[in-house]
Design a protein. Structure first.
Length: 144
């Protein structure tokens, strides 16, 4: 296995992700994500991403020809993100207009809206960014 441009690009992508994850940890983005996404789909997306990107590294190093399962995984991440978006909207709209009679009911409705919006946004963001990074790794892996 010789060191070639594809492996160097893969390591640069891996390093960039590691630096980004470090800064996200420093700014407590992961804590915010855990608190905002009640479904846990964002964490599922991130776990799939880590495993998938390591597999792409193996495929890059050993010149694997069939990358189609990994392209499916990148699309799957988008699908999981969109599913989280819809679940967030359901959370948001299913409880917002039910039995609002007092100021306390209004406060509870606002809390429910915030939970739904948080879930929708975090899952969409996680799915989109994760899918784009995997696709960059796959394009690198497949180039001649």
């Amino acid at each position: 296995m010789e060191l070639n441009n594809k492996i160097v690009v893969y390591w640069i992508l891996l390093l960039a992700q590691s630096i980004g994850a470090f800064f996200m940890y420093q700014k407590e983005v992961f804590t915010l994500l855990l608190a905002s996404d009640v479904t846990g789909l964002s964490l599922l997306i991130l776990a799939i991403h880590v495993v998938s990107f390591l597999i792409i590294g193996y495929m890059t190093a050993y010149h694997t020809k069939d990358n189609s399962p990994m392209w499916y995984v990148s699309e799957l991440q988008l699908g999981i993100g969109m599913t989280g978006t819809l679940i967030g909207f359901v959370i948001m709209f299913s409880t917002v207009f039910v039995g609002i009679n007092t100021e306390e009911d209004i406060a509870n409705a606002v809390g429910s809206i915030a939970t739904g919006v948080g879930t929708a946004l975090w899952t969409t963001l996680a799915g989109l960014i994760s899918s784009l990074i995997l696709k960059a790794g796959l394009v690198n892996c497949e180039r001649e």
